[in-house]
Design a protein around this ligand. Structure first.
Ligand code: NAD
Length: 498
């Protein structure tokens, strides 16, 4: 994608309820929050913040649409057809969607065009394919009874999304819920609220009944909390930090009780054994796993655990690759390093790095802000060496382009270092020895283990989700679809004599 002027991209700021854009009701609530562009720090729009009344309006509309429209009752293939048409419209609008995504987030426009938008559309198609695949079971009861479990949608599902991959993360929540016949109220992150509005508009164009897919704008404390506590919300599907996940779970327990899917934080290891056949390829894999989206990826490979024989050489090459990255606005085609979402987040990241250095860590690369002459928040890709397992930089999720280095001698030590006491989202193992790779994969407590690669492919069938404090339940795969269904047991006595 060519360079473009971010000021020329049309931005609509509103809620989307009952198939319509709803602006904030007063001058105050219409522009209750400033929304900034991470690339240059400029305020480019105001955001309405939905209070409990606005949330109630959205949820009641969704409930009405669930009860009165054909969405849940139609032949599932008809629902799937609308979802596929929606995906086609999203792809047809890719240039606008990619620009909109880029200006307000950390996603480079060229990546949004080649990956985020098509991946969003294809994810919708993937879940559409499940719409007529899971109906329930016949149970092996005694022969004069017929026992069934019937899969049914929940009703209205609340989806709460983070800012790091706004379109993709929202679609992972929304698409399986809709495909299963539910109505959805989505709250995007207040930092990246606009691109999903275009998705909602296109859903109506595709033929989705009004009120089935709604969006409320606002922060977590007011809008997100009101959504989780609403009595008509049957389930909350959330992606975000572990702290927020716990707050949501508590709100759902106090006001329901409601089912939850929680995709939370991570601190994922990349374990490199000295026998890797192509060290350069492995260094590039490790580098990409922590610099993609400036490390603001839940599965970022933020802990390098490397065997002593290759450790120095590995860190040296990693630093060299980091130095090749060019920070730049998301609308500049030759940028290869994304901004941090906000100055505040950048300062938090820098604080962890400074404290690590003060505690004895050594900077093998980076360790500070990249000056851009404006309010854009860019951070140097950073390597923290000389780190031990007890330090804050190894224990907490940094969510930035910062990798810690720990050195090991034997396999047992590698496994002990790889296992994080709290998080268990993902892990990478690099070795030529398949037996060792599988022992590590079995041993590491994480929801995903990649061997001789790092990161997802475009296969939607492989579920993703965390062990331990990294979450409950799965996104993607059959599991994500099934999590949007509940099961009713029906028992028929058909031989009863009067
Ligand atoms: P966050 O938890 O701060 O916010 C996520 C969403 O929750 C936002 O929409 C926010 O407004 C809302 N929210 C905040 N407080 C709330 C409350 N009390 N009630 C209801 N909603 C509330 O997370 P973030 O900073 O937007 O995203 C980064 C985090 O997301 C990282 O921890 C990252 O690891 C995690 N993440 C996880 C996955 C995964 O699949 N496991 C994927 C992407 C991001």
């Amino acid at each position: 994608m060519e360079r473009f002027d971010p000021d020329q991209v049309a931005v609509r700021s509103a809620h989307f309820i009952g198939g319509q854009f709803i602006e904030g009701s007063s001058e105050d609530s219409a522009n209750a929050m400033d929304v900034r562009r991470p690339s240059d720090g400029r305020v480019y729009a105001g955001l309405p913040v939905a209070d409990a009344d606005m949330v109630d309006r959205a949820v009641q509309d969704a409930w009405r649409a669930f009860k009165t429209s054909d969405w849940a009752r139609c032949a599932p293939r008809d629902r799937a057809r609308i979802l596929r048409r929606w995906a086609d419209l999203i792809e047809a609008d890719a240039h606008y969607l990619a620009r909109l995504e880029a200006i307000g987030s950390t996603r480079p426009a060229k990546d949004a065009l080649s990956w985020d938008v098509p991946f969003t559309a294809e994810g919708i198609r993937f879940f559409a394919e499940w719409a007529d695949k899971i109906g329930g079971d016949v149970a092996p009861t005694r022969s004069d009874h017929l026992g069934m479990t019937i899969a049914e949608p929940y009703g209205v599902i609340a989806a709460i999304a983070p800012w790091n991959l706004p379109l993709v993360m929202a679609s992972w929540k929304v698409a399986p819920a809709l495909a299963a016949g539910n109505a959805v109220v989505l709250k995007p992150s207040e930092m990246t609220p606009f691109s999903v509005l275009r998705l909602a508009e296109l859903a109506i164009e595709a033929g989705m009944p009004k009120g089935i897919f709604n969006i409320v704008q606002g922060d977590g404390r007011v809008t997100g909390d009101a959504l989780c506590r609403h009595s008509r919300i049957a389930k909350v599907t959330f992606t975000g930090s572990t702290t927020t996940g716990a707050a949501i779970m508590a709100a759902c327990a106090q006001n329901g009780t409601k089912s939850v899917t929680l995709e939370l934080g991570g601190k994922s290891p990349q374990v490199v054994f000295a026998d890797v056949p192509d060290l350069e390829k492995t260094v590039r894999t490790v580098a990409r796993a922590i610099t993609l989206n400036a490390g603001q990826v839940c599965v970022a490979g933020s802990r390098l655990i490397v065997q002593r024989a290759v450790a120095d050489q590995f860190v040296e090459r990693l630093a060299a690759i980091f130095s090749e990255l060019r920070a730049g606005s998301t609308w500049e085609p030759d940028s290869t390093m994304s901004p941090i979402i906000s100055l505040r987040e950048m300062e938090r990241i820098d604080g962890v790095v400074r404290r690590a250095v003060a505690a004895g860590g050594r900077l093998a690369a980076g360790g500070g802000r990249i000056a851009t002459g404006n309010e854009g928040a860019f951070y140097q890709p950073t390597i923290l060496a000389g780190i031990d397992a007890g330090m804050e930089a190894v224990k907490t999720e940094i969510f930035g382009p910062v990798i810690t280095v720990q050195v090991f001698d034997g396999e047992d030590e590698a496994l002990a270092l790889a296992d994080h006491p709290d998080y268990g989202l993902a892990a990478g193992v690099h070795t030529a020895d398949i037996g060792r790779a599988l022992r590590m994969a079995r041993g590491i407590e994480a929801g995903t283990v990649w061997i001789n690669r790092y990161g997802r492919t475009s296969d939607f069938v492989i579920p993703t989700g965390g062990y331990k404090r990294s979450g409950i339940g799965k996104d993607l795969g059959r599991q994500a679809y099934e999590a949007n269904l509940r099961y009713k047991s029906v028992l028929v006595d058909f031989m009863q004599e009067s």
